[in-house]
Design a protein around this ligand. Structure first.
Ligand SMILES: Nc1ncnc2c1ncn2[C@@H]1O[C@H](COP(=O)(O)OP(=O)(O)OP(=O)(O)O)[C@@H](O)[C@H]1O
Length: 359
C-alpha cells in the first residue's frame, strides 16, 4: 500500500499555468478520484506522479520517499516508483497473446519460467480472463482487452495504481461492469488507486474519496461521494455533480423566505443573510393541492423510469423529477401548462466566495 503526497505542485506549459500550488494527500489503501472538466490538469498531475514529466516546483512523495523535487534535482525514474499505470487507450501489444502481454513485465525482469507461469495464471484468474490466455487482443472484446491492460499493470504487484480514464473506450454496459471489477480488485489487493475521470457517475461509484477540480486546475472540494453530492461546498461542485436548481432566498425579520404574500415558504437554520440556495430535482416535492408555492409545469417529459418536469415558480425555472410509478400512484402526472404546488425536501446554502472544503 502507499500514501501519496503532492506538496505545492505547479506546472506550466508556455503561458498556460495548468497547476498552481496544488496540495493533496491520498491515503494508504484508498481509491481516490480526481474529477474535473476536460483540460483541467488531471492527466498532467497523474503524469507528474508517474514520473513521465517534472513539475516546475513542489514535491511529490510516495510514503516517505521523495520521488520528485526539482529544487533538489530529485526525479526518480518511472520504473523505480513501484506503480502500475493504465491509460484510456489501453495499448496492449496486438501481436502478443493475452499470456504474453501479461507476462511482458516479468520477462523484462528475467524471472524464471515456472515462477512466471504461476504469477501470470494467478493474475489471469484475478481479472477473470481464464481460458483466454492464448487469444490475441483482436479476438477479445473491449472489456477483455481492458482487463489485459489491468493485469499487465498488476503483475509487478505495485502498491499503487494510476488509472487515467481506463473505461472511456468501452460501451455503457461494460463500463458499468468494469467499474465494479476495479473496485473489487482494489479491495482484494489492498492497493492505493488514483483514478482520473471527467465522468461523475464512475467517480461516485468507485471512490472512497474524490477531489473536484475546476477548469483552472484548482481543487474545489475533497470528500466522500456522499459529501460531494449531497453537501457540495460551492456552486461549481454542485453544478458539476448533476442537475442543479438555484433559488434566490430573502432574509427578512429573522426568517429566510422564498415566494411572496400567501405563497411563502419559510426556512430557519441558514446563515443570517440573503443569498442563494440549491436543490437537486429529487429535493422538490410537487403536488396538485395543499400548502406551498404556486407554480406551473411548463414542460412535462416522460423519461421511462422518471417523469421530468420543468416548473416555473416565483420567477425561476426548476427541474424536478418524480418516479413514474410514484407519479401514477399519487396523482402526480402533470401536463404542460398545468398548475402545481411546490415544496422542498432540502436546500443547500451557498455562501459567496466559498473556499475549498477538505474532509
Ligand atoms: N505536453 C504538453 N504540452 C503543452 N500543453 C499541455 C501538455 N500536456 C497537457 N497540456 C495542457 O494542459 C492542460 C491540462 O491537460 P490535461 O491532459 O491534464 O487535462 P485533463 O484534465 O486530463 O483533461 P481530459 O479529461 O480531457 O483528459 C490542457 O490545457 C492541455 O492542453
Amino acid at each position: 500500500m502507499a500514501t501519496i503526497t503532492f506538496e505545492n505542485i505547479s506546472k506550466k506549459f508556455g503561458n498556460n499555468e495548468v497547476l498552481k500550488n496544488l496540495s493533496l494527500v491520498v491515503e494508504d489503501g484508498e481509491c481516490f478520484t480526481l474529477l474535473g472538466p476536460s483540460g483541467c490538469g488531471k492527466t498532467v498531475l497523474l503524469r507528474l506522479l508517474a514520473g513521465f514529466d517534472v513539475p516546475d516546483s513542489g514535491r511529490i512523495l510516495i510514503d516517505d520517499h521523495v520521488v520528485t523535487d526539482p529544487d533538489k534535482h530529485i526525479d526518480i525514474q518511472p520504473d523505480q516508483r513501484d506503480l502500475g499505470v493504465v491509460f484510456q487507450d489501453y495499448a496492449v501489444w496486438p501481436h502478443m497473446t493475452v499470456f504474453d502481454n501479461i507476462a511482458y513485465p516479468l520477462k523484462l525482469k528475467k524471472i524464471d519460467k515456472d515462477t512466471m507461469n504461476e504469477q501470470v495464471m494467478e493474475i489471469v484468474d484475478l481479472v477473470n480472463l481464464t481460458g483466454l490466455e492464448q487469444r490475441l487482443p483482436s479476438q477479445l472484446s473491449g472489456g477483455q482487452q481492458q482487463r489485459v491492460a489491468l493485469a499487465r499493470a498488476l503483475i509487478a504487484k505495485p502498491s499503487l495504481m494510476l488509472l487515467d480514464e481506463p473505461l472511456n473506450n468501452l460501451d455503457a454496459n461494460l463500463r458499468e461492469e468494469m467499474r465494479f471489477e476495479i473496485k473489487e480488485l482494489q479491495k482484494k489487493l489492498g492497493i492505493t488507486i488514483l483514478y482520473v475521470t471527467h465522468d461523475q457517475e464512475i467517480a461516485l461509484a468507485i471512490s472512497d474519496r474524490l477531489a473536484i477540480m475546476d477548469k483552472e486546475g484548482n481543487i474545489r472540494q475533497i470528500g466522500t461521494p456522499w459529501e460531494i453530492y449531497e453537501k457540495s461546498a460551492n456552486e461549481m461542485v454542485f453544478k458539476f455533480m448533476g442537475l442543479a436548481n438555484f433559488l434566490p432566498i430573502r432574509y427578512e425579520q429573522d426568517h429566510h423566505l422564498v415566494g411572496h404574500g400567501q405563497q411563502q415558504l419559510i426556512w430557519d437554520n441558514l446563515p443570517a443573510e440573503s443569498g442563494k440556495v440549491g436543490c437537486r430535482p429529487s429535493d422538490i416535492i410537487l403536488s396538485k393541492t395543499g400548502q406551498g408555492l404556486q407554480g406551473k409545469v411548463v414542460r412535462a417529459s416522460f423519461l421511462g423510469a422518471v417523469m421530468d418536469y420543468m416548473v416555473e415558480v416565483d420567477g425561476v425555472t426548476l427541474r424536478t423529477e418524480v418516479s413514474t410509478n410514484t407519479a401514477l400512484q399519487n396523482d402526480l402526472m402533470f401536463k404542460d401548462d398545468e398548475p402545481c404546488i411546490v415544496n422542498f425536501h432540502e436546500l443547500l446554502w451557498f455562501p459567496d466566495n466559498a473556499e475549498t472544503v477538505r474532509s
